[in-house]
Design a protein. Structure first.
Length: 157
């Protein structure tokens, strides 16, 4: 499993460089590629991220309860026409929202949209080789609200 993920990440980085895509920021997120199971949640809950020919990342998030999908969201991380890196969320039953990159390191990316109702920030942080801390945060009804989504790398089978 680890070997497949490593090969996928290396290929994503090589394709991005060969395509001449931007990528310093996008390449910093290559660790996100793969499957992540939500800690403490029902089997099948979590996220799956893939690389798209060096142009971005596509993700799907599912929340499973009592064997049924109760929430699903498509996600994209890629460059907007103005060259900014952005996270775009397409939650089921809601309008899409775009969050532009606020800051990025080798282990964390934070995206922000101060005009969005909630959340105003979306963050992903790598915690070692097998842990992921996703987080949404912002002000709701005048109160700061933070929701953490801890995940563990898992097989994509």
């Amino acid at each position: 499993m680890k070997a497949r993920v490593l090969v996928a990440v290396v290929l994503a980085v090589l394709v991005a460089r060969a395509a001449g895509a931007a990528e310093p920021d996008l390449v910093k997120l290559s660790w996100l590629v793969g499957c992540w199971a939500s800690d403490g949640a029902e089997s099948g809950s979590g996220e799956h991220w893939t690389s798209v020919a060096g142009k971005g990342l596509l993700g799907i998030s599912n929340t499973i309860r009592q064997g049924k999908t109760v929430e699903s969201e498509r996600m994209e991380i890629g460059y907007l026409p103005d060259g900014k890196l952005a996270f775009t969320a397409h939650p089921s039953g809601q309008a899409s929202a775009v969050f532009t990159l606020l800051r990025i390191t080798e282990t964390e990316a934070v995206f922000e949209n101060v005009e969005h109702d909630f959340p105003q920030r979306v963050a992903y942080a790598k915690d070692g080789e097998s842990k992921l801390r996703a987080r949404i945060e912002g002000t709701q009804d005048g109160t700061l609200r933070v929701i953490e989504f801890p995940m563990t790398r898992t097989s994509c089978d």
